[in-house]
Design a binder for this molecule. Structure first.
Ligand SMILES: C[S@@+](CC[C@H](N)C(=O)[O-])C[C@H]1O[C@@H](n2cnc3c(N)ncnc32)[C@H](O)[C@@H]1O
Ligand SMILES: [Zn+2]
Length: 289
């Protein structure tokens, strides 16, 4: 773990900066709170009682890893990296990937623009993979609905790909002029297979909700819509169904039986919106700009 990635972190207990020990395998703050890396290299920052949640299971994480590794969403990863890169160009820039999952999108971003990086997710199964994929980042098990273990104005870009959004915390950790990049599905996303696989549909008015939850903390910049025409094998369709929020409720055996009846390739459209926001900042900060 490079020192640059560590610099953005604060202790989740007392909010002091950390120093690294044991060759980067432990973090310790001046008050003596210490965290040891798990075997795979991530740190577990879940302290005390947090949000009641159902973390992604090992099977859901494995499905996401297999689907994303096959490259079906590569253009999306490329587009996120392209939009983030200008804000990470200066030496010492830092990106936070919130709800990093298996670290797939953060990997694509760091391949395009090397930067200090923090990945956070509530699923330790996801973090095991993210820590292997992104060893140059600090990978944390944590809850984005709690205060983030990141300093004020400490990051240049926050990326959130299909994951929860804590607007107040993202605004706090972003420097003035930084960017929040959010990927959400658009209506019609994966519509061809939603019925067959028992996937959860897209909630209506998602886009309005995104703008509403970020209002007061962020102003919107021009985003980008991205449509992909996928041709998926039955195993890809099963992975897609299992990796989403519906995966908690799907019986893998029943799903396997259903996709067994599919043709060798199924045409599926993926419809994404990549939204870009800038923090409004405090009134003093706004005056300085
Ligand atoms: C649909 S997945 C997307 C993962 C990754 N960004 C990707 O696109 O591959 C949503 C992620 O959000 C994480 N998540 C859900 N609630 C969370 C919370 N309260 N704090 C941190 N992560 C959370 C899940 O564990 C999961 O990895
Ligand atoms: Zn501490």
């Amino acid at each position: 773990m490079p020192a640059a990635s560590l610099a953005a972190l604060v202790c989740p207990v007392c909010r002091s900066p950390f120093t690294a020990g044991s060759g980067g395998r432990s973090l310790i703050c001046p008050a003596g709170h210490s965290f040891d890396a798990a075997k795979q290299g991530y740190f577990n920052f879940l302290t005390g009682k947090g949000t009641v949640f159902e973390a992604d299971s090992a099977a859901m994480v494995a499905a996401r890893f297999d689907f994303l590794s096959a490259g079906h969403y590569r253009p999306l990863a490329g587009a996120v990296a392209e939009l983030a890169a200008p804000f990470l160009a200066e030496a010492g820039s830092t990106v936070l990937d919130s709800g990093t999952g298996t670290g797939h999108y953060l990997r694509a971003l760091l391949d395009r623009v090397p930067a200090a990086a923090v990945g956070i997710d509530i699923s330790k199964f996801a973090l095991r993979r993210a820590a292997r994929l992104n060893p140059e980042a600090v990978n944390l098990v944590g809850d984005v609905w709690q205060p983030l273990p990141v300093g004020d104005d400490a990051v240049d870009v926050v990326t959130v790909v299909f994951a929860p959004r804590n607007a107040a915390e993202f605004a706090r950790v972003l420097r003035p002029g930084g960017r929040l990049i959010v990927v959400t599905p658009r209506p019609g996303h994966l519509a061809e297979i939603a019925g067959q696989t028992g996937m959860l549909g897209i909630e209506p008015a998602k886009e309005e909700r995104l703008a509403a939850t970020l209002a007061g903390h962020f102003r919107a910049h021009e985003g980008r819509d991205l449509d992909l025409d996928l041709r998926l094998a039955p195993a890809d369709v099963a992975n897609l169904a299992l990796m989403g929020p519906g995966g908690h409720h799907l019986d893998p055996a029943a799903l396997a039986a259903r996709v067994a009846g599919l043709p060798p390739r199924t045409a599926v459209s993926a419809r994404f919106r990549i939204s870009v926001f800038e923090p409004l900042g405090s009134p003093q900060q706004a005056g300085k700009r």
